[in-house]
Design a protein around this ligand. Structure first.
Ligand SMILES: C[S@@+](CC[C@H](N)C(=O)[O-])C[C@H]1O[C@@H](n2cnc3c(N)ncnc32)[C@H](O)[C@@H]1O
Length: 481
């Protein structure tokens, strides 16, 4: 016999809970609510009624869809119902749904206007099949990975040698100096020994080890993912992502590729972790801004593990991507792109004399440079320059230098996402960032992503888009004055 339950609390999103329960064969008898104004209203064929009728329905369980679980439980007990049969949806979503035999699902809406001008809303659901926590095998054979690792190691060692001689503005700052010292010991040891095999193995597991500390969370984030029970960011960020893209992409596109032993939630076969939606949306929006530009060049300062670059190059094969980062993280992004795009032309650092001009950029799909090579990028060589979750963490004099460089190297757009406030560590809010002589700000807002948004106290981020003065916007008729 199927389980028979009642819901308590006619809250926003109740239609999604009804859908999940019904898919698991759970029969829902009624919805209770303490607000008499809701009695007699209907949702998905279910009437909302007074809780006074609880014993009349005599459900197996009452699923409370309200944050006032304790008060509602006392009320139900006062009506003669057993305390043990009260289930708290918000507190224990996954356990409660598993108890009812239902899989947790993600929901999103797509909107269209009908012929008569009426709004047509289609709600879809995606099953969260569980966590992808077992090892993900790379499709690239180990020997080929060792070859890649050998080339990456040469570039890395040269970059580290040169980094020691660059001016203070291009030296690693206090925040990142501390992170690298405490987490990249294995990388320093492997490269000192020149062990390409060990490097290939470490990179092949970078999502779960110290190589991705502070760019994807490293081992700590992986362990806390294993322990996590219900990640609310997924539903929130999925809806944000859908809205930003007007529903024009599928969730499979945001999946983490089998590179570096990724982990995440298994959403109908796609591996989704926190980075999936923001990186995909950033790439999508940059590609949209540059529509109409022939072979655009996108430069990034501080590309992290390469998540934005991966999505950009996948979506826009005609783009040349240029990354400027600290050698310890540049090696990870270079590995990521080399594994993802074995047939694309990727330039690694091989000489401090390189001149990053139009001719060189035309010959590559990706150019992976240590940060101190930024002055070698030709004037206005980039169509768009991007920096996310990064400038705020640098020394102020370095931010000033990078802004001078942005003013010089970006020919059309500059987009960045950085802190709106002062965090508990040394970090600069965008309010004190230098002014740009050649750019006009055309959009500013808070980041929409959970964990970065305006509600994230002490750690919220702003998104800022600038356009070069006097340059025509690629996809529209506007000119920034
Ligand atoms: C928190 S990570 C963000 C990575 C990526 N942009 C993202 O949003 O996921 C900060 C990035 O800034 C880079 N970074 C820190 N100091 C830098 C510097 N002085 N010059 C260039 N990049 C730097 C780090 O190496 C890292 O890639």
């Amino acid at each position: 016999m199927s389980m028979r339950i009642c819901l308590w609390g006619k809250a926003f999103g109740i239609d999604r809970i009804i859908d999940s329960c019904r898919r698991a064969g759970v029969e829902i008898l009624a919805i209770f609510d303490n607000d008499p104004g809701k009695w007699g209203t209907w949702c998905e064929g279910l009437e909302t009624v007074s809780p006074a009728r609880l014993t009349e329905f005599s459900p197996d369980y009452v699923l409370v869809v309200s944050h006032s679980f304790d008060a509602i439980t006392e009320q139900a007990v006062g009506l003669g119902y057993e305390r043990e049969r009260m289930l708290a949806y918000h507190r224990h979503t996954q356990e409660v749904m598993a108890h009812l035999g239902a899989s947790p699902r993600l929901y999103f809406n797509r909107y269209a206007l009908g012929n008569g001008g009426e709004l047509d809303t289609v709600t879809s659901g995606l099953e969260i099949r569980g966590k992808t926590e077992g090892d993900i095998a790379s499709p690239v054979p180990l020997e080929a990975q060792v070859d890649i690792a050998r080339r990456l190691m040469d570039a890395y060692i040269l970059a580290q040698e040169c980094a020691g001689n660059v001016c203070q503005l291009y030296q690693v700052g206090k925040n990142w100096g501390g992170v690298l010292k405490s987490t990249r010991g294995d990388l320093y040891d492997i490269t000192r020994r020149g062990d390409a095999h060990a490097l290939a193995e470490a990179l092949g597991n970078f999502c779960r080890n110290g190589l991705s500390e502070s760019i994807m969370g490293g081992e700590r984030a992986y362990r806390s993912f294993l322990d996590s029970r219900h990640d609310t960011w997924m539903q929130h960020n999925l809806e944000v992502w859908m809205a930003l893209l007007d529903g024009k992409a599928s969730v499979e596109e945001t999946s983490m590729p089998p590179i570096g032993n990724p982990y995440g939630y298994d959403v109908e076969g796609s591996i989704i972790n926190w980075n999936s939606f923001p990186n995909h949306a950033r790439a999508y929006r940059c590609a949209t801004l540059l529509e109409g530009v022939d072979r655009p060049v996108v430069a990034e300062i501080g590309g992290g593990f390469g998540g934005f670059a991966y999505n950009l190059l996948k979506r826009s094969p005609g783009v040349t991507y240029v990354d400027f980062d600290l050698p310890e993280n540049l090696i990870v992004a270079s590995y990521y792109l080399s594994m993802a795009f074995p047939d694309r032309r990727i330039l690694l650092y091989d000489s401090p004399e390189l001149v990053l001009d139009e001719e060189l950029l035309r010959n590559y799909d990706a150019v992976m440079m240590p940060n101190f090579m930024l002055p070698k990028l030709a004037d206005r060589a980039a169509d768009l320059l991007i920096n996310t979750i990064s400038f705020s963490e640098m020394e102020y004099a370095t931010i000033e230098e990078y802004f001078r460089q942005v003013d010089r190297v970006s020919g059309r757009y500059f987009y960045h996402e950085n802190l709106s406030c002062h965090p508990p560590y040394k970090g600069y809010p965008t309010a004190v960032f230098p002014r740009l002589r050649n750019f006009k700000e055309i959009m500013v807002s808070f980041s929409p992503w959970q964990g970065l948004d305006a509600y994230t106290k002490g750690h919220s981020y702003m998104e800022r888009l600038y356009m070069r003065r006097g340059v025509e916007c690629a996809g529209c008729a506007g000119v920034a004055d």
